[in-house]
Structure formats: structure tokens, C-alpha cells
Design a protein around this ligand. Structure first.
Ligand SMILES: [Zn+2]
Length: 97
């Protein structure tokens, strides 16, 4: 990623730890049980859904329930390879289709 904000390493570590805990929680299991990607709404097996931070941790996002959504592998890898602006465009296209 090439858009680092100045997020302290300690905060990143703490939020990644919280994300790990969140992944084990009943709340998360309920989220992925529906087998639906938050972004493209594609139905995928729960075990193929990944926990995605809507606002990435490196951009100051937190591992809160409001910031963590289930995403399919395709959306997840797109989100990581696209620039934030390109990702916005991708979401817009999804919304229109
Ligand atoms: Zn998706």
C-alpha cells in the first residue's frame, strides 16, 4: 500500500489483535453464516469470506464491529490492489448493476 498515514505501529498491532479476537466471536460467525459479501453481495461459502476493514488499519481504521465486514476474496484483493479512489469507483459500479 502506498498511502500510509502516520499510524503508530503500536496501534496497528493492537487493532490487528482485536481483529483476530473479533474473527473468533459469535458476532462474526453470525455475520459470515449468511455467506454474503458486504461489497458485491455475492453468495460465497462462509469459510471463503474474509474479515475486511472498511477503513484500513493503516489509514487509521479500527477493529470495531462497525468497521469490519465480510468480503469475498475477489473484493478483498481488489481493495488491496486498487487506489482508494479506484476502489470507490468499483463500489459505485457495483451499486449500479
Ligand atoms: Zn465481493
Amino acid at each position: 500500500m502506498d498511502f500510509f498515514l502516520d499510524v503508530p505501529e503500536e496501534q496497528l498491532r493492537r487493532e490487528r489483535e482485536k481483529a483476530r479476537e473479533l474473527r473468533k466471536s459469535q458476532w462474526w460467525k453470525n455475520r459470515i453464516a449468511a455467506g454474503c459479501c458486504h461489497y458485491c453481495q455475492t453468495q460465497v461459502p462462509p469459510k471463503e469470506l474474509t474479515l475486511d476493514h472498511v477503513v484500513p488499519l493503516v489509514r487509521g481504521g479500527r477493529s470495531t464491529r462497525g468497521n469490519c465486514v465480510p468480503a469475498c476474496k475477489e473484493c478483498n484483493s481488489k481493495k488491496q490492489s486498487l487506489l482508494p479512489m479506484e476502489w470507490e469507483e468499483y463500489l459505485e459500479k457495483l451499486g449500479k448493476s
